[in-house]
Each structure stands twice: as structure tokens, then as C-alpha cells.
Design a protein around this ligand. Structure first.
Ligand code: PMP
Length: 383
């Protein structure tokens, strides 16, 4: 079978040097080489989220484990949590919080829109919330939250921890943890970071660590950051739970790729690729779900024109060589989701749009052949 272009919003294509790192010899968790690599990886994670004094944690698991870890170290039963939800992954915080008996209040937007920042400010003034969650990019809707602006608001409420889900953003869209007042920022491996899935990567501010201490005993053992803290501060220091040794090698290489590209350059590249896809698809007669100002640079959520049927389009596109994802929940059948984050290149952008045009041509969709590619090339080559 021909190799397909995997243009889904995670997992994203993995660079060969990362796969090579993954296949290095497995050593003891106390091996000096592993200790050195883990220390560097923890420092590089801090660099990617732009924090001086944040405390990184690299824990075997995925994004969902990171979500749960963030909550369970920030609140105790009966504490109040404000969830700002822009879709499926925002709503997941509600389910996690309910399973621990936290008091949850939700500010939810219509899917494809955002909650206005003033509404968040107003809500925080009504009563004390122990924490607020915000999903930087909700992968179900392709909406990018105004992280910096919300951070400015939350700074005015010192009792409230600002928890940010960066799973679909970190390493692809700017996140200034210290400057924007973020207390817990986390991501997985498999999206803009560009590694295979398997790690939950979190960074806690000093305030978030103090909060954990103030909670005393919590309803978690593996997810208790205080149990991981000595090992993360001094990886040579002993054992709490076995590291995912080879995954750490992979993450180490992924973060090196990010920092070698340069954060600013990497964010600009993600924006350029997003614009190329979005203008190209608009030229082909598709609309994007979110309005321009709140569109994510990591994925696009693309509305179907009335004459295109979701499943048969995606199946044909896959046969032609490109894998994209279906819509979730209320958006099922109405959109497809196209990922464009991590370590993809211009070649993949051009090839994907070209194959989309081929599929559209073959299903007799009415459009001008080359229009999408032309619009994309104007952005890719002229900027
Ligand atoms: N948050 C967001 C924004 C996500 O996109 C995802 C996964 N797609 C998750 C959390 C959960 O991550 P995982 O699937 O790695 O558990």
C-alpha cells in the first residue's frame, strides 16, 4: 500500500531522527546518559513554554492524564472550578472534575465560537474559583482561545490558578507561561511537538506547587506531582515510577528540533501553513468553521459545501493519499479536520492540497482546477 499523508490533528508525522532516537538502547532509569538526557529534556520543555522558574514534569501517559493531573493537584472535593469550553476537549475537563467531586461551573461557547473575555472576567468577579481551565486550541472546533487576554484577566484573581490545555498548541503556537500568568500548562507528545504519543508533559508555576502543598493528602497516587517532584528536580536521585526511557529519548529529540528551528520561526511557519491551507480551501469553495481572528494555526475545521458527502469524500481522499479526520459531536458529517502542525514541510502542504483537488475533480465537484494550489503557493512562496 502506498504511504499516506497523515494530515490529522494528531498524531502528526514523526521525523525520522525522532524515530531513530526512540530505537536507541534501553538503559536503566539511573544510567548517567539517561539522567543527562532527562535533565536536558526538562530544561528544553521549559524553554518551549517560556518559563524561568516553572517546574516541569514528564510522566508516562497522554494528554488526558495531564488534564487529570492538573486538576487533582489544584483542587480538593467541594472546591470550585470554572471551565471555559470551546468544544469537546473543554467539556472533558467537566467530566474529570465531576468524577472527583469538584464544583464545576461552565462557560461554553457555541462550537466554532469563543467565550468573550469580558464574560470570563464577570464570572470570576461573582465568586471565588480555585482554578479556571482554558483549552488553548480545542481540536474539535479548530478554535484558538485568546490565551494572553484571558491570562491578563486571571492575574487580577490571585486565589484562582490558571490551567491551560496546550495539547493542540504547544510547540506550534506562542505560549508565554510566565508573561501570561499561566500556572499549569501541559501538552502531550503527538501534536505540534511531533513525537509519538506516550508522555504527559506538564509545567507548574511556583504558585501551582504551593497550591498542591496546601491541599495535603489528595485522591491520587501516580498523579500526585509531589511524588514526582524529587525525581524531576534531580533525575539521578532515585526512583518513584519507571520512566518511559525511550519516549524520553524521542521527546528530547523533538524538543531539539523545535528549539533549533527557533520558536519564533516555528510559530511563523505554523501560521504560514495554516493560511496557505485556509486560503486554498476557501478558493475551492469551502468555508472554515471559525472566523479568521480565532482560527487555530495547528488545524483547520473545514465545512462541507452542500454537494459533498463527508464519509465518501474522506474515503476517496484517503484512497488518493491523504488521511484527514471526521468532525466530532454536533459537527459530525458537517466538517472534516485537517491537521497542519509539528514537523511537516511545504511539500506536504502542496501535496495535500493537490490531492484534495484531485479528489474533488474525480467526484465532479464544480471548481477551477489549480485554484486552491495557486492561492496556497502565493502564501507559501511569496511570504
Ligand atoms: N486536549 C486536547 C486539546 C486534545 O486535542 C486532546 C487529544 N486530541 C486531549 C486533550 C487528550 O489527549 P490524549 O488523546 O493524548 O489523551
Amino acid at each position: 500500500m502506498k504511504k499516506k499523508l497523515m494530515m490529522i490533528p494528531g498524531p502528526t508525522p514523526v521525523d525520522q531522527s525522532i524515530l531513530d532516537a526512540l530505537s536507541k538502547e534501553t538503559v536503566s532509569h539511573l544510567d548517567p546518559e539517561l539522567v543527562k538526557i532527562l535533565k536536558e529534556t526538562l530544561e528544553d520543555l521549559k524553554a518551549v513554554v517560556m518559563t524561568e522558574n516553572g517546574q516541569p514534569f514528564i510522566i508516562p501517559g497522554t494528554g488526558t492524564l495531564a488534564m487529570e493531573t492538573a486538576l487533582v493537584n489544584s483542587l480538593k472535593e467541594g472546591d470550585r472550578l470554572l471551565v471555559v469550553s470551546h468544544g469537546f476537549f473543554g467539556d472533558r475537563f467537566v467530566e474529570i472534575a465531576q468524577s472527583y467531586g469538584f464544583e464545576v461551573e461552565v462557560l461554553a461557547s457555541e462550537w466554532g465560537k469563543i467565550v468573550e473575555v469580558e464574560k470570563i472576567a464577570q464570572k470570576l468577579k461573582e465568586k471565588i474559583f480555585s482554578a479556571i481551565t482554558l483549552t488553548h486550541v480545542d481540536t474539535s472546533t479548530g478554535v484558538c482561545a485568546p490565551l494572553k487576554e484571558v491570562g491578563e484577566v486571571v492575574k487580577g484573581f490571585p486565589e484562582t490558578l490558571f490551567i491551560v490545555d496546550g495539547v493542540c498548541a504547544t510547540g506550534g503556537i506562542e505560549e508565554r507561561m510566565d508573561d501570561w500568568g499561566i500556572d499549569i500548562l501541559f501538552t502531550g507528545n503527538q501534536k505540534a511537538i511531533g513525537a509519538p504519543p506516550g508522555l504527559a508533559n506538564l509545567v507548574f508555576s511556583e504558585k501551582a506547587l504551593e497550591r498542591r502543598n496546601s491541599l495535603g493528602k489528595i485522591s491520587a497516587f501516580y498523579m500526585d506531582v509531589n511524588r514526582w517532584l524529587p525525581i524531576m528536580r534531580e533525575p539521578a536521585g532515585g526512583y518513584f515510577s519507571t520512566h518511559a526511557i525511550n519516549m524520553i529519548y524521542a521527546l528530547h529529540q523533538s524538543l531539539k528540533i523545535i528549539l533549533n528551528e527557533g520558536l519564533e520561526e516555528r510559530f511563523r511557519r505554523h501560521k504560514r501553513f495554516a493560511l496557505a491551507f485556509q486560503r486554498g480551501l476557501e478558493e475551492l469553495g469551502f468555508n472554515l468553521l471559525p472566523s479568521q481572528e480565532i482560527r487555530a494555526n495547528t488545524l483547520s475545521t473545514v465545512l462541507y459545501p452542500p454537494d459533498i458527502e463527508d464519509l465518501s469524500f474522506r474515503e476517496k481522499l484517503y484512497e488518493d493519499g491523504v488521511l484527514v479526520s471526521a468532525g466530532k459531536g454536533v459537527l459530525a458529517g458537517k466538517i472534516f479536520r485537517l491537521g497542519h502542525m509539528g514537523n511537516i514541510t511545504e511539500n506536504e502542504v502542496v501535496a495535500t492540497l493537490s490531492i484534495i483537488e484531485k479528489t474533488l475533480f474525480e467526484i465532479n465537484y464544480n471548481f477551477k482546477l489549480g485554484a486552491g494550489i495557486g492561492a496556497a503557493e502565493n502564501i507559501l512562496f511569496a511570504n
